[in-house]
Design a binder for this molecule. Sequence first.
Ligand code: SAM
Length: 161
Amino acid sequence: MRTRLDDFISRISAQRDILDYIAEKQASLPDGPILEIGLGNGRTYSHLRVRFPNRHIIAFDRENGAHGSCRPDDGDVVLGDIKETCLSYTGKRAAIGHADIGTGYPEKDAVIREWLPSRVVAVLAPGGLAVSGLELMHPELEEMPLPASVGKGRYFLYRRR
Ligand code: SAM
């Protein structure tokens, strides 16, 4: 029987493997910043900083709660409810948006899936990539192949049309 620990490990591995996979292709991405949608403890922020050293990374959360070793400058953190703050970034033409704001509760995640896709589309440049822990259904987002190590439905990768 799978445990929550098993699920956590496979989700986090998938997250890292997709970020590494797109880092290898970064030369083909549009110009623009990376948006870390859900800063949390800053683990993926720290990974993005190392894998994309030439990109400006802007994080979104209710607070700048990242670990001290990888805390973004306050000026690079947009505080507030992502549902609203992402809208203020409409048209910023980001190269990548990474959204890790799933809760693990199906009914709560269903509500997030109603508004998150339109926010991601609003902030991405055409050709930009969305990496997400939640499925993003939107006509402007084309699902992309995943690295072989990532099981279908474990984590998601899209390209903005
Ligand atoms: N990827 C991060 C890491 O590696 O440390 C973990 C992100 S954590 C799972 C999700 C974060 O998103 C939490 O810090 C939470 O506060 C934030 N979050 C979730 N929904 C949000 C919302 N609607 N507005 C602002 N922040 C939100």
